[in-house]
Structures are given as structure tokens and as C-alpha cells.
Design a protein around this ligand. Structure first.
Ligand code: MSP
Length: 518
């Protein structure tokens, strides 16, 4: 079986992590956790992109050397992800020696093949984008993304003869319609190729006289490598290319995750680079939309940020994760508001999930001495809940693999809903007061405990801390180390009668907006 590898973009170190980076990283973390639980050999790669004028400029503005500056911000990214429990296997930096080695290796390979050429180039350059702009990139003389005027520049530079591979790329897009997904982004890449969109050969160098903060070209010491060519290679370097024996196996299952802002480098430059280097293409490019704030993209350059650390402090990181995954339809844009976050937490986590957990465990304590009860005969309602658990597990598996994470989350939410409704129908708090209905009460609570176990397992990739707490309260703390999804979530009856349970505090207390944002 081939491995599963999930990557995030490597983030620029010119600003600190915000909601946009957090979304991509949380999606990658959720997928990594899911695939690990599915028993697949999983590798999760993230990191920082540290070379180029933009970083050199940011360092200068702060009065630092680029390397010292990059060290500082890269460490903030790393420690933020660690504090938030992101389960990455490698945090790669483009200043890491093995990355620099991989970049030089590929440059040499493509140069030897005759796909790198020395030419003069003149154009309008945007420092924010780190590249020369085409007409389409501009509006009213300004860069669309950065809202600043580009500079006129002429330079002799090295060019990657990327256009040689456009036909092959077009064929790949035809042959493998799911390769770039969702389909709207595949169509965008097809349109880029069809219309030209200013797509030509790619300038991959900068003269050292102007910029020396980069990886030196192995065939010309007067130049450093252009940032995108450098940055994209992290995906290979991070998996061990070219020296580790297992890099090819990891690479064979690589899934890239990016937002639509960097579709072109990932959908065009990167596959052309891979073809030139005779390396197989990635398995999928998965593209999501933007989180917007007041109808503008949240980005460092525009300076409006939502900090994951602040969200964690206010609401707990699981709650923020849940919101991110549930409230963005993967592929489309979403608008962030703290109000929507609070509403979502209260409705789905405090009311729906939190209530199910506390009702089930409180009544198990009260009516069954704090242990999973022995059930009596089951009826249609019990069968329906059991079927719902199996369906949720199967649907979650399908949705995760199709990169429809909001639907995967919804599948579990539906199961929680169905179990709450079942509990309302059986109303064991009433039945317990009536003579002769003890067995029915036990059956109801047994059924809820079984479903809660399934819910705990299904939520583990989505809200890992809360899921592990649910399982712990069901006396299943060791289960996560061995459980397999989706099978174990659908395995009814695995929670044996007599297993001790604990009530615990409210899992997700209701939250309110902090005063200043109201
Ligand atoms: N360094 C390059 C990527 C090189 S990958 C070989 C870069 N860095 S970045 O810091 O600007 O990060 C861009 C990525 O951050 C987006 O593709 C996305 O993953 C995430 N996001 C940044 N802002 C975002 C939103 N407002 N919304 C959603 N995600 C966004 O580009």
C-alpha cells in the first residue's frame, strides 16, 4: 500500500499565524489524524518559507538580519502549532540544509536536461507577490492582491522552460479530472493554460547584487534561486528527497492542501517542474477558499488578523477547530465573524454534543450505578440509532476522502442529533420513575453509551481533546491508540456492560461574545 502524505503551504515568515494559516493547518491535521486512524502510513508536513525580497524587506524594517528574523518568526509558527496540538511529523524550513540540498539537486537536474535558459527580461515586479506581474494581476496600475504599485525592472536571469510542459499538463488535467479539486479550480487551471494568462517560461533566479537572501544556483554563483522554485521543492525535501530510501513511497501518496491564492504555482509551475525532473506528479491538489473579514481576504499584507491563540484562550481550541471545519464549505469562501463562532459553539457543541454527553453519563450514574448497563431486548428505535452510527462512520470516511470536510463533520453532527432525539423519545428520566420499566431504561442508556463511543471515535480527528475526554469518561482511554476508522465506530456492542463511566464537568460550556466585540 502506498503511504498517505498531507502538506500545507510553507508559510511566509513576514507575519505571525492567523485564521487563514490556521484553517489550512487544521484541515491538514484533521486529515492526518483520520488517515492515521484508518491505519495508513501517514506523514504530515508543514513549515516556513523564508527566502526572498519580501522577507529580506521585513527583516530590514525591523532592523534585523534575514536569518535572525526568519528564525524568530519561524519559531512562532512552530510553537503555535505545537501549543495548538497540531500533529505534524516534520516542520521544514527553506533554510534547512537538506532543503537547500534538494533545491540544488533539482536545479542541476533540470539545467543538465536543457530546461533552464539565460535570458533578459523586462517587466513590472510586485514585491508582495515576489514576481513580475501580468496585466491580469493588476487593476488601475496596482497589484490586485497587494494594492500597491509594481516596479519597472530589467534583469538578465535564468528561466525554466516551463511552456514545454503545458501540453502534457493539459493532458493530465483531461485524463484525471479529480486531480485538482474541487472542480472549479481544475477549470481555472485549464482556463489559465487555454488563454495563456500570461503563462510563459518562469524566471527562477535573482542576481545576488540585488538579493542575496536565497539558495545559490549550483551553476552560477552570481545568482540565487527565485522563491517559488525554492519553496515548492520543500514538498520533496520534507519527504526525504533525494537521499532517504523511503521518499518515493511517501511521495506516491502526496496530497497538497492550499488556498486559491496559490493555485497557479501549485497547479502549473509545480507539475511542470516535476515533469522536467522526471518525478511523478502529486496525487491531488486540494484547494480551499478564503476566510474573509468584512468582505476582504484576511492576509498579512492587508494586516487584519484573527489570532488562533486568542481564539483558543477565549473559546478553547477544539471549539475553534470545529467552527473552522464546519463553517467553511471546502473550496468556497467564508466570512469569519465571532458572532457566528459563538452561535456555532453554543448550538452544536454546548447544546447538542455537550447535552448528550452529560445526559447520558448523569443518567448512567443515577440509574445504573455509574457503569454501562446490561441491555434488555431492543426495538426499532434502538436499531435506528445503531444504523445511524454505521451510516455516520461510512459517510465520514467517504467525505474525508473526497475532501468534503464540512460534510464529514455534518455526518457526525447528524448522529449526535439522532441520539439526542432517541433519548428524548425514550425519556428514561420518566421511565425510571415507573414500576417495571427498569429494563427499558437500561437498554436506552446502553444504546446511548454505545453511540457515544462511536461519536467519540468519529470526533477524534476533528476535536481531538474533547473526543479523548468523551472516551475517557466511557472508560475507553486506551482505545484511541488502537482504534481503526471507520470500522471501530460502527462496531456496535464493543463497549461491554459493567464498564465504569464518569460524569465529569460540562464538556463545552455555553459561551458569550466578549464585550468589546458586541
Ligand atoms: N510561502 C507561500 C507558499 C509556498 S508553498 C510552496 C505563501 N505563504 S503564505 O504565508 O502567504 O500562505 C498562504 C496560504 O495561507 C494560503 O494558501 C492558505 O493556505 C493560507 N491562507 C492565508 N490567508 C488565508 C485566508 N484568508 N483564508 C484561507 N487561507 C488563507 O503563499
Amino acid at each position: 500500500m502506498s503511504g498517505y502524505a498531507i502538506t500545507t503551504p510553507i508559510y511566509y515568515v513576514n507575519a505571525e499565524p492567523h485564521i487563514g494559516h490556521t484553517y489550512t493547518t487544521v484541515v491538514a491535521d484533521t486529515l492526518a489524524r483520520y488517515h492515521r486512524m484508518a491505519g495508513e502510513e501517514t506523514f504530515f508536513l508543514t513549515g516556513t518559507d523564508e527566502h526572498g525580497d519580501k522577507i529580506a524587506e521585513a527583516a530590514r524594517a525591523q532592523g534585523s538580519e534575514p536569518k535572525a528574523f526568519a528564525n524568530q518568526i519561524s519559531a512562532v509558527f512552530r510553537s503555535t502549532w505545537e501549543t495548538l496540538g497540531i500533529s505534524f511529523d516534520r516542520f521544514i524550513r527553506t533554510t534547512d540544509p537538506d532543503h537547500m540540498h534538494a533545491v540544488q539537486h533539482i536545479l542541476r537536474l533540470i539545467h543538465d536536461k536543457g530546461d533552464i535558459e539565460f535570458r533578459e527580461y523586462q517587466g513590472l515586479y510586485c514585491v508582495g507577490c515576489e514576481r513580475f506581474l501580468t496585466e491580469r494581476d493588476m487593476q488601475d496600475g496596482l497589484c490586485r492582491d497587494h494594492e500597491r504599485a509594481p516596479e519597472e525592472r530589467t534583469e538578465s536571469n535564468y528561466f525554466f522552460r516551463m511552456s514545454r510542459y503545458f501540453d502534457a499538463l493539459g493532458e493530465k488535467l483531461e485524463r484525471d479530472p479529480d486531480w485538482i479539486r474541487p472542480a472549479r479550480y481544475r477549470n481555472e487551471v485549464i482556463a489559465m493554460l487555454r488563454e495563456g494568462s500570461g503563462l510563459e517560461d518562469l524566471c527562477i533566479s535573482r542576481p545576488k547584487s540585488r538579493l542575496d537572501w536565497g539558495i545559490e544556483l549550483p551553476f552560477d554563483e552570481n545568482y540565487v534561486c527565485y522563491v517559488w522554485f525554492d519553496a515548492l521543492i520543500n514538498y520533496l525535501a520534507g519527504l526525504g528527497y533525494p537521499d532517504a530510501p523511503d521518499w518515493e513511497e511517501r511521495w506516491s501518496g502526496v496530497e497538497h492542501l492550499v488556498a486559491k491564492d496559490i493555485l497557479k504555482p501549485h497547479g502549473v509551475f509545480w507539475p511542470c517542474m516535476l515533469m522536467a525532473a522526471d518525478i511523478p506528479l502529486y496525487r491531488h491538489l486540494n484547494v480551499h477558499g478564503y476566510w474573509n473579514l468584512d468582505n476582504r481576504k484576511i492576509s498579512k499584507s492587508l494586516g487584519n488578523m484573527v489570532s488562533p491563540m486568542v481564539m483558543r484562550e477565549r473559546y478553547g481550541f477544539d471549539a475553534f477547530r470545529y467552527f473552522l471545519l464546519r463553517d467553511m464549505s471546502f473550496g468556497l469562501d467564508s466570512t469569519f465573524s465571532e458572532e457566528a463562532l459563538v452561535t456555532r459553539i453554543n448550538a452544536d457543541l454546548a447544546n447538542n454534543l455537550g447535552n448528550l454527553v452529560s445526559r447520558t453519563l448523569n443518567m448512567t450514574a443515577r440509574f445504573s450505578g455509574g457503569v454501562v448497563p446490561e441491555p434488555g431486548p431492543t426495538g426499532e428505535l434502538e436499531q435506528a440509532v445503531q444504523d445511524a452510527a454505521a451510516e455516520a462512520a461510512a459517510e465520514m470516511d467517504r467525505r474525508m476522502r473526497a475532501m468534503e470536510l464540512h460534510r464529514a463533520v455534518e455526518a457526525v453532527t447528524r448522529l449526535i442529533d439522532a441520539t439526542n432525539k432517541y433519548l428524548d423519545r425514550r425519556a428514561p428520566w420518566k421511565a425510571a420513575k415507573e414500576e417495571g420499566r427498569e429494563e427499558e431504561v437500561r437498554t436506552t442508556l446502553y444504546t446511548c453509551c454505545q453511540t457515544l463511543r462511536a461519536i467519540g471515535l468519529l470526533l477524534a480527528p476533528i476535536i481531538p481533546e474533547a473526543a479523548s475526554e468523551i472516551l475517557k469518561r466511557l472508560g475507553q482511554e486506551d482505545l484511541l491508540a488502537t482504534a481503526r476508522l471507520p470500522a471501530d465506530a460502527a462496531a456496535w456492542g464493543a463497549l461491554t456492560p459493567g464498564t465504569p463511566t464518569t460524569k465529569g464537568d460540562s464538556l463545552f460550556p455555553r459561551v458569550e461574545l466578549p464585550e468589546e466585540t458586541e
